[in-house]
Design a protein around this ligand. Structure first.
Ligand SMILES: [Zn+2]
Length: 554
């Protein structure tokens, strides 16, 4: 065998989120996943980050297909932006993932711009010299796929997000036969999920989470509120079953919760015909202990349904002392503070609150160390690249692969933007792509450029000062006293004195300007005022605010 394959991660390696990877031969390429990453909650208006598609547009004609491994936002959340940017290769996805992608594209009016193809586990598609086979894996969402990619130089296995829970609901257990078959054909490169490499214990299966939830539901005296990822359809289906068995009515709150329940019904994972769903505004019409409410917001998102409930701002739901709130979810790194604030707020309502740290009400969707080891042992790859993780996860996973028998020289820790060249006899980083990400201000929002972000940071950290002056256009004379206004600088009492002194600074500059005007010397009054005011504030309050001098010409 000869030739080479290049692999470029545009996101997801060195961070949890924004997964996006290009695999290309000389003539064809496929894109695996196209996700977004939520920004830290108070990041100057940046809501999330997506890959910079300018890089991928250069290869637009070569990209034959986009594969979405599963329906989590960090895998499909940026697909609409990719289509908008001009990437029009057909999107292949499992039945449930395709439903989720369909909704996203419809919402953005892009559903007619790109072909969306549903593919089942074990399905194979060929694109030039690439052949892709899908294989179901178990994860915290139904219909998750791993991909087997046959290239002219050998087979690449991309695990997607996976765990080895063999007890999962809705038949979404791993397709071992497909994995065994791939392994028997020989695997040149394994790309494997690193998220939980730091955890040694085997995660509990979904049935034990369901059993614990059932016990807790029986102990509850009032209304039960369960908050979980709205894409966790398997767990949702279990909750629906338990609630129905207990004769409870189920209400839903949160847009994505309502949408995903509808999609799960369409997929056949949930049967709404046998479930007692009631509208959230009719909860008051039922006995409190007969109601189970499923809510979004388990990550403490400020505008989510659960946050509104916790802060007594929800239109139809309030908490009573006898109620039970369960956060059946993990904490996504970066959201810890927001979740902690939410839990405290929920406790203040008087309700009982249970969460991952105090009760076994959640099971991870990612393989832990023993499972990751098993994957490597099973696939016996010649080369190994850890994917889907922060940098430390990638390093730990690389070490695990080495311990499992892969020679060090055959393992490569790769970060976003690094272009990896794979041949039958080598694996190495050969290049680097720069400017990998674009910041976005809301789902249909605009890009936030680096300079906008810089301005916002300066405004937030230093405050802003306006200085208004009026000048006669023909003579250049300053006609009135300058006006200085400030926002976000200091407390009001101190501000009065400060602004008065600032006026004096500006007036001195105007005097200088007048002299220069008389002597016909060029004088940039606005710039001088800007510089002097910044110096003045730096001296007096130790900060340089954004100063905006405005000269009105009349
Ligand atoms: Zn996932």
């Amino acid at each position: 065998m000869s030739g080479k394959v290049t692999i470029t991660p545009y996101g997801g390696l060195g961070e949890i989120g924004m997964n996006c990877m290009l695999i290309e031969t000389e003539s064809s390429a496929i894109l695996i996943d196209c996700g977004l990453m939520f920004s830290e909650l108070d990041h100057f208006g940046v809501e999330f980050v997506i890959p910079n598609f300018a890089n991928l547009l250069l290869k637009k004609d070569k990209i034959k297909a986009v594969f979405a491994t599963h329906g989590h936002e960090d895998h499909i959340g940026a697909l609409g932006f990719a289509v908008k940017a001009g990437i029009r290769a057909p999107i292949y996805a499992s039945p449930f993932t395709a439903l989720m992608v369909r909704e996203r594209l419809k919402e953005s009016g892009l559903d007619t711009q790109v072909e969306l193809k549903t593919i089942h586990s074990g399905g194979t598609v060929e694109f030039g010299d690439l052949k892709v086979t899908t294989a179901q894996v178990n994860h915290s969402i139904v219909d998750a796929f791993a991909l087997f990619i046959d290239t002219p130089i050998g087979k690449i296995v991309h695990t997607g997000d996976f765990k080895l829970d063999q007890t999962a609901f809705f038949g979404d257990v791993m397709e071992w036969d497909l994995f065994r078959k791939a392994a028997s054909e020989g695997v040149l490169l394994l790309l494997s999920d690193s998220t939980n490499v730091e955890h040694d214990h085997l995660a509990q299966g979904e049935p034990s989470v369901a059993a614990r939830l059932e016990e807790l539901f029986h102990l509850a005296k009032g209304m039960i509120v369960v908050s979980l990822f709205s894409s966790n359809v398997g767990r949702m289906a279990n909750i629906f079953k338990i609630a129905t068995k207990m004769g409870k009515k189920i209400a839903l709150t949160g847009r994505s919760m309502e949408q995903n329940v509808r999609l799960a019904h369409e997929r056949g994972a949930i049967d709404l015909n046998t479930t007692n769903i009631i509208s959230v505004d009719s909860i008051k019409d039922y006995d409190r202990n007969k109601v189970l409410l499923l809510s979004t917001g388990c990550q403490g998102e400020p505008r989510s349904a659960l946050n509104r409930i916790a802060n007594a701002e929800h239109n139809h739901v309030s908490l009573h002392e006898s109620d039970l709130v369960i956060l059946s979810s993990s904490q996504i790194p970066g959201n810890e503070k927001a979740i902690s604030k939410l839990v405290n707020q929920l406790f203040q309502s008087g309700a009982e609150v249970l969460y991952d740290a105090v009760e076994e009400v959640h099971s991870t969707g990612h393989a832990t160390r023993p499972e990751l080891k098993k994957m490597i042992e099973m696939m016996k790859p010649k080369y190994f690249i850890p994917i889907h993780g922060e940098y430390r996860h990638l390093v730990h996973h690389a070490n695990l692969a080495h311990e499992t028998g892969i020679p060090e020289k055959n393992i490569c820790v790769v970060q976003n933007g690094e272009v990896v060249e794979l041949t039958p006899d080598s694996l190495q980083i050969v290049d680097k792509v720069e400017e990998l990400r674009v910041m976005i201000e809301g789902r249909d929002g605009q890009d936030i450029t680096k300079s906008i972000l810089k301005d916002r940071r300066k405004l937030a950290e230093g405050g802003v000062v306006f200085c208004l002056m009026t000048r006669e256009r023909d003579s250049g004379r300053i006609l009135s006293k300058p006006q200085v206004m400030a926002k976000g600088l200091v407390s009001e009492s101190f501000e009065l004195w400060l602004i008065e002194e600032a006026h004096k600074v500006v007036e001195r500059q105007i005097e200088e300007y007048k002299k220069d005007l008389k002597n016909n010397i060029h004088h940039d009054l606005a710039e001088k005022v800007r510089i002097e005011l910044r110096r003045f504030f730096d001296r007096n309050i130790g900060r340089k605010p954004v100063v905006i001098p405005l000269i009105m010409e009349v």
